[in-house]
Design a protein around this ligand. Sequence first.
Ligand SMILES: [Zn+2]
Length: 70
Amino acid sequence: MILKLLIFAVVGLLIYKFLGGKLPTLGKTAQEKKLDEDTLVECEKCSTYVTVKESFIVHGKYYCSKECRP
Ligand SMILES: [Zn+2]
């Protein structure tokens, strides 16, 4: 009987860990969306890496500054 309880405890722990591992994954997905703005992109003209947030997008291409932007 005690062994059965132990097995249940272990299984319960595994389920808890599984769910616990799944919840941060959902949070990560939300974070990944947030990180999109901070993704580094290469400037089409001078090859400088800038974040998407700071870059200028012209015709689907990234530019680091107004100087590089056509
Ligand atoms: Zn540039």
